[in-house]
Design a protein. Structure first.
Length: 487
């Protein structure tokens, strides 16, 4: 089937290349003429594992081409996928739909026959209706089926996710559009991919609800990691034990520096803005967003605390992208964490396997190296921020020998504390049973703690009526006067 995909970012380019692989005749279109020119020269504007090879082979097979300028909607085109960005609005945190609306107008102007307009961009409920209205206003003589087909791919494994999706959600009640989408995705559904038909509004909501739920899972395990540190439990064991429960699942249950990326932060905020518009309060989503913001700030303080003194210290930063397998740095937790370290007077030296170009423009004051070993050479401390597999394979004896200091902060729990310690490094992970051995006093001020005597703070607690966990926490609070957290 002849299809045009509008927007050649992470979603549009993957969608276009993968639809071509399914046998469709695809034109990927973008208003960014420079990006299209690069693609036409065979250059990739983004890093996504396997994408470059797939694009090249589909172009060579004649199933994939690129266009800018006039929208190439000839009579043979039957469907248009919309995969443009929906960033946070500059006014509030709602989704900025200006690109989606502009595309609807452009389709209306260029259409020469009835079309299915398939919205892949993440958009709030009601957007499909608005797109339909725009198309009707701009081109009253042509019938359009506006379908919501949210995208669930993950950067870093986008090709695999497209080829074997957990589900394909198609939101429309129009039967011809349902048949058309079933045709487009038939090669995947024949291999077992579930195709879920819903009303358009439900499909729009599914995407936001799914992302908010996954974000909440991450925020939840991060809070449990804090409690593990206070209570002498190990979050890695807790996460394993929880994740094996099929009702819970292991995915998105890894503690870390807070979620980031181009989706979770903006989608949770946009969901809250939409809920507010409907007069509905989403307390769990609100808490998730607040917990994640606090998490990123706490991680900056944690690194400073591990160092004892940040001023004038050189920190080797391993990884800055929001996760491994991508060059994407949108809303990466590394950004606020590294800003806090800079503000505390630390010198930053950075290595990331794929994120160097974006990092250079976002963090111009840092030094950049060509390898992890070069980054660590002479550093006072190491800070692992992204779980690139190559960091797991570091020769830690070599690392220790080349570093000036011995502090290794691993905000992904990627390296075992035992291995780090065996190499002579001081290991600072997240939520591990082994105490963080944080030096005191804290070099950064914490909010004032009301002066309470232990007896006043816990008048009702007695060993007889406390479960063991609370006993431990209560004992710690009494001893330290703080909450016992290591952040
Ligand atoms: N990145 C992800 O992992 C992911 C996953 C699922 C869903 N999504 C959603 O998919 C959508 C696209 O995300 P992305 O990460 O691919 O964005 P992106 O910023 O990487 O790409 C968007 C592309 O759209 C182009 N564009 C903007 N306005 C245009 C217009 N009027 N006409 C034609 N092209 C235009 C831009 O030039 C850019 O190339 C967003 O709504 C996002 O929330 C993203």
């Amino acid at each position: 089937m002849r299809i045009v995909v509008i927007g050649t970012g992470y979603v549009g380019l993957v969608t276009g290349a993968c639809l071509a692989e399914l046998g469709h005749d695809i034109t990927c279109y973008d208003t960014d003429a420079g990006k299209i020119a690069r693609l036409q020269r065979g250059e990739m504007p983004i890093f996504e594992p396997g994408l470059e090879e797939l694009v090249k082979s589909e172009v060579a097979a004649g199933r994939l081409s690129f266009a800018s300028g006039a929208l190439p909607l000839d009579r043979r085109v039957r469907a248009v996928f919309v995969a443009v960005g929906t960033p946070p609005s500059a006014i509030d945190h709602s989704a900025d739909l200006s690109a989606v609306h502009a595309v609807a107008e452009a389709i209306g102007r260029a259409a020469v026959r009835p079309l299915a307009v398939i919205v892949k961009s993440t958009v709030p409920v009601g957007t499909g209706e608005a797109v339909e209205r725009i198309l009707r206003d701009v081109r009253p003589g042509i019938a359009f089926d506006v379908v919501s087909n949210p995208e669930f791919l993950r950067e870093g494994s986008a090709l695999a996710d497209f080829r074997a999706p957990d589900r394909i959600v198609v939101g429309t009640s129009a039967k011809p559009a349902r048949r058309l989408l079933a045709d487009i995705y038939r090669p995947l559904t024949e291999r077992g991919a579930p195709l879920v038909f819903t009303e358009r509004a439900s499909a729009e909501m599914i995407k936001y609800a799914a992302n908010a739920f996954l974000a909440a899972k991450i925020a939840f395990i991060n809070e449990i990691a804090d409690l593990c540190e206070a209570a002498d439990a190990d979050v890695e064991e807790v996460s394993l034990g929880m994740g094996l429960d099929r009702r819970i699942g292991a995915a998105f249950l890894r503690p870390g520096p807070g979620y980031g990326g181009s989706c979770f932060p903006k989608d949770t905020e946009a969901l809250l803005a939409a809920a507010q518009g409907h007069g509905v309060q989403l307390r769990l989503v609100e808490s998730t967003v607040a917990a994640n913001e606090g998490r990123k700030r706490a991680m900056g303080r944690r690194v400073i605390r591990a160092l004892g003194e940040a001023h004038g210290r050189t920190i080797a930063v391993l990884g800055v992208t929001f996760k491994a397998g991508t060059d994407d740095m949108r809303q990466a937790p590394s950004l606020p964490i590294l800003a806090a370290l800079r503000a505390a007077g630390a010198r930053l030296r950075i290595f990331d396997p794929e994120g160097m170009a974006h990092a250079r423009s976002l963090l111009p004051e840092a030094d950049y190296t060509r390898s992890a070993y070069e980054c660590l050479d002479g550093a006072d401390a190491a800070l692992l921020l992204t779980d690139w597999p190559e960091f797991a394979a570091l020769d830690l004896a070599r690392v220790k020998a080349s570093m000036r200091g011995d502090v290794f902060v691993d905000l992904r729990n990627m390296l075992s504390p035992e291995r780090l310690r065996a190499a002579g490094l001081r290991a600072f992970g997240i939520g591990r049973r082994e105490k963080l051995a944080m030096p005191a006093p804290l070099p950064v001020p914490l909010p004032p703690v009301p002066a309470v005597r232990p007896s006043e703070a816990m008048p009702a607690l007695s060993p007889a009526d406390l479960p063991p966990l609370e006993l431990v926490a209560a004992a710690k609070a009494a001893k330290t006067g703080l909450n016992g957290h290591a952040t």
